[in-house]
Design a binder for this molecule. Structure first.
Ligand SMILES: NC(=O)c1ccc[n+]([C@@H]2O[C@H](COP(=O)([O-])OP(=O)(O)OC[C@H]3O[C@@H](n4cnc5c(N)ncnc54)[C@H](OP(=O)(O)O)[C@@H]3O)[C@@H](O)[C@H]2O)c1
Length: 237
């Protein structure tokens, strides 16, 4: 029999479906690096209730203190090693060429999720952005240095301006995610969805080189940078 309580339960279920996956719990996220990406993701994740621990080479620098203040929500800045030790999710928002050295200086990352947003790139002789002369992805190299960690490639395919405000893209933007642990990928996908991005699990970490390659299409696109939106192929449902 129809009842008011049944109607309100259905309403709640429909509302939950409309807003999409909810945060399971507040994460503690270490942002290693306080530049464009570290600051953008740190500020946006904090808005959704996550604790941000910035890891900086100089946590007392004026610009880092300012970032902590604008991030709010209990954010702090400490050394890179201290930040990694305190967090469940560690984002390596550092230059691609520094990432491996950074990981070597961090305490054990075993049991943590390590998010790699880096874009390995060199400029080829014809001026185009290109793969560095390395055989595998930065993400796989990082994974080899972090036994027991779940390394996830994510957030490398969009600009920090879009991380700060997805509306500037003028349409939906997808964050393709690869990694070897489904649950870890979903925790990262939740963070992306909360800040207004679409997120899709597109496979194992060994395909990170494909994700890294998307940077070259984006950077080399004739007429200006592009964004990626990957709608589901409902013809294959
Ligand atoms: N910019 C974008 O739109 C964008 C988009 C997607 C992905 N990415 C990738 O994300 C990563 C970060 O990009 P970004 O634009 O944020 O770079 P960025 O503005 O240069 O910031 C990188 C931060 O890493 C730290 N850092 C710099 N050199 C370091 C070193 N040698 N060792 C350890 N830490 C160092 C610094 O923070 P402290 O001074 O606090 O230590 C610096 O602010 C890059 O790998 C990039 O390819 C960038």
């Amino acid at each position: 029999m129809w009842s008011a309580s049944r109607a309100s339960l259905i309403g709640l279920v429909m509302a939950a479906a409309l807003v999409g996956p909810m945060t399971a719990h507040a994460e503690t996220v270490a942002m290693i690096g306080t530049g464009n990406v570290g600051a953008a993701l740190g500020r946006r994740f904090a808005e959704h209730g996550h604790k941000i621990v910035y890891g900086s080479r100089d946590p007392s620098a004026a610009d880092v203190r300012e970032l902590v203040a604008v991030t709010g929500h209990g954010a702090v800045a400490v050394t890179q090693a201290e930040a990694a030790a305190q967090a469940d999710i560690v984002v390596l928002a550092v230059p691609w060429s520094a990432a491996e050295d950074v990981v070597r200086t961090l305490p054990s990352l075993s049991g943590k999720i390590v998010v790699d947003p880096t874009n390995p790139r060199v400029t080829a002789s014809d001026g185009f952005a290109d793969y560095p002369p390395l055989e595998d992805s930065n993400a796989e190299r990082i994974a080899r240095l972090a036994p027991g960690a779940q390394v996830i490639k994510a957030f490398s395919t969009l600009g920090f301006e879009t991380m700060l405000d997805p509306k500037v893209a003028g349409g939906p933007v997808t964050v393709p995610i690869v990694g070897d642990d489904r649950a870890a990928k979903e925790r990262v996908a939740v963070l992306a969805r909360e800040i207004g991005l679409e997120a899709i699990d597109v496979g194992p970490l060994r395909h990170a080189r494909i994700i890294e390659g998307l940077h070259y299409l984006r950077a080399n696109a004739y007429g200006g940078r592009i964004n990626y939106h990957f709608p589901r192929d409902h013809a294959r449902d």
